[in-house]
Design a protein around this ligand. Structure first.
Ligand SMILES: [Mn+2]
Length: 589
């Protein structure tokens, strides 16, 4: 028995401790024989295998089979930094404080703190209680290779990822951990890393001989993987207890399922583990092709029979998922024309669904991920990646994307002939099918000619409707202003709909202009899905003569200088023949 395990058992006391004592008495060899008599029932009765030996209590049998590659050291003291995912803060003098800030500046993660937190720390229980009752058929689950690509990652975050995989993944299920160095130049990732991982069971380190970017680095890992399932992780993760079993079980049951864990947030500054046991959020996207989170829709809640059933998700957040190796290759793995990172997650999501697979989140699998303060290195290629996704998978819906990102049309995105041939070969469904069946919650803009783009004023030449939401998650509530037109779409993109709304729909959720009682500004509120629910104060009539009439007040939208917080803004005024009350849409400058 391993030290760590023995250290844990007496803590609970009671029947477990008794059973443990029994096991010690049986001796390792006897146990091995007992286990090799064939796959035990999930609840072994007194006569398992016909042996006269006393049977294992089911929980204990499960736990023994699920034994990780390495046991975690005994639980650290309550006071130990970051233990059980608690937030950690250091008392620092001025010099140390400066070092900490420097580490944040460099990595966008508090590496100074990370270096002081155990590489083996435990995490708090964050699963739905029903998940803890699940039993797994360890003998018959597929084995996986865990692939972790990295580029100039800090030592402690990278190694904490590796140790956490080894200390939470059942030995019986983990084929190997493949670390792929995407041509890092940091010295700690050279010999020191090689020496360190040489002492770890099941860990292999391979290196790209030029910078490949995340996509090709991952494929390099996949090309040498021996497991039946590929499990991709990011290089600053921490795996929750029993994260792997649910993923592998689902893939065994449905080989065309690509399964993601719930991604819990690890705070970049305190390393607090912030997951919760409630219903996870699903992946979606907005029409800029930016990934979004949203709640599990009703239809999906109804389809699921239990809290432990997988949740079908229109898209995946990023790089944490497990996939059957053969199915991954059948699907065309990754688009190798994609550089660095960004956009590849949406491309893969569209492809999975359109080509007959399913993309799912397993509510019983949790993995923590340190979301950096800001993206740590360039996403300059993300635009080209998104364009590739749009060009291959979105059919004419790609126009909705281009309308909101006019500059994307100019982006050189390389050759997508092969990817289109793949789509042909696999007889993939079209994007319309995807939208209607997989992501019906996404509002599809009408984008009628002449009614979308920059909303420009005639009198105040070259000023446009402009809206800057407080942040990505909090889009409603601010006032529309006027700002010099920039022709970049984004925050100057509006659509006038056949339901008489002025929609700001580059983002999700979409917001609509409204005029509150007693005010004369245009303020943005969440749009309604159903026509009959649109409030009167959100309705405008865009007349042929260019006037924009607010229906409820029968006043006209007028451009005024110094109208809102020192900014020019559209306001409602009694209708006149003024050029300042004339508006027109322009798609691009
Ligand atoms: Mn990451």
């Amino acid at each position: 028995m391993r030290r760590g395990r023995r250290g844990r058992v007496p803590r609970g006391g009671g029947p477990l401790a008794v059973a443990a004592a029994l096991l010690v008495g049986l001796g390792a060899l006897g146990l091995l024989l007992l286990w090799q008599r064939g796959p035990p029932d999930s609840e072994p009765g007194p006569n398992v295998g016909g042996a006269a030996l006393p049977s294992l209590p089911p929980e204990l049998a499960q736990r023994r089979l699920g034994r990780p590659v390495y046991e975690k050291p005994p639980l650290g003291a309550e006071t130990e930094l970051g233990e059980l995912g608690r937030p950690a803060r250091l008392e620092l003098d001025e010099v140390e404080q400066r070092r900490q800030e420097e580490s944040i500046r460099r990595h966008q993660i508090n590496i100074y703190l990370s270096d002081r937190i155990s590489l083996h720390r435990r995490l708090p229980e964050r699963r739905n209680p029903q998940c803890r009752e699940k039993k797994y058929d360890y003998y018959n689950l597929p084995k996986t290779s865990v692939i972790i690509a990295f580029y100039n990652e800090a030592w402690s975050t990278l190694l904490r990822t590796v140790h956490s995989v080894l200390e939470t993944s059942p030995d019986i299920l983990l084929e190997e951990v493949i670390l792929v160095d995407d041509y890092s130049d940091k010295v700690h990732l050279k010999e020191a890393l090689e020496n360190y991982v040489a002492d770890l069971r099941k860990v292999r380190l391979i290196r790209a001989n030029k910078r490949e970017g995340l996509v090709r680095a991952r494929l390099l890992g996949a090309s040498v993987a021996k497991g039946d399932v590929l499990t991709f992780l990011d290089c600053h993760c921490e795996c929750h207890e029993e994260w792997l079993e649910p993923l592998l079980e689902r893939i065994k049951e449905e080989p065309s399922a690509v399964v993601c864990p719930i991604i819990d947030v690890i705070d970049w500054n305190t390393f607090e583990y912030l997951g919760n046991a409630g219903e996870p959020q699903l992946g979606g996207f907005d029409w800029r092709l930016v990934f979004t989170w949203h709640v599990v829709p009703q239809r999906e809640q109804i389809r699921r029979k239990s809290k432990t059933d997988v949740i079908r998700s229109p898209t995946m957040a990023g790089g944490l998922f497990a996939v059957n190796k053969n199915y991954f290759s059948y699907l065309g793995s990754y688009d190798t024309g994609m550089e660095v990172w960004g956009g590849e997650n949406l491309e893969f999501s569209f492809r999975i669904w359109q080509c007959g697979g399913s993309l799912e989140i397993h509510p019983c699998s949790h993995v923590g991920h340190v979301f950096p303060k800001q993206a740590p290195y360039s996403r300059a290629k993300a635009l080209a990646n998104s364009v590739r996704a749009a060009e291959v998978w979105m059919d004419s819906y790609k126009e909705l994307y281009y309308h909101r990102n006019p500059h994307a049309r100019m982006e050189p995105y390389g050759d997508v002939t092969e990817r289109r041939m793949l789509r042909e070969k696999l007889k993939c469904k079209d994007f319309k099918w995807y939208l209607e069946n997989i992501y019906p919650e996404l509002h599809v803009p009408e984008d009628r000619p002449g009614y979308f783009g920059m909303l420009k004023n005639k009198g105040m030449a070259n000023y446009c409707f402009d809206y800057n939401p407080p942040n990505e998650h909090d889009i409603a509530g601010l006032t529309v202003i006027l700002y010099p037109c920039h022709g970049m779409g984004q925050n100057q993109f509006f659509e006038y709909t056949s339901n008489n709304e002025i929609r700001y729909n580059t983002r999700h959720p979409e917001v609509c202009a409204a005029v509150d009682q007693g005010t004369d500004y245009l303020k943005m509120y969440l749009c309604q899905d159903l026509v009959q629910n649109i409030p009167e104060n959100q309705k405008f009539v865009f007349r042929e003569d260019g006037t924009l009439v607010h229906v409820q007040t029968q006043k006209c939208v007028q451009a005024e200088h110094n109208a809102y917080n020192g900014n020019p803004a559209p306001v409602i005024r009694p209708c006149s023949n003024s050029e300042y009350q004339k508006w027109f849409f322009k798609e691009r400058s």
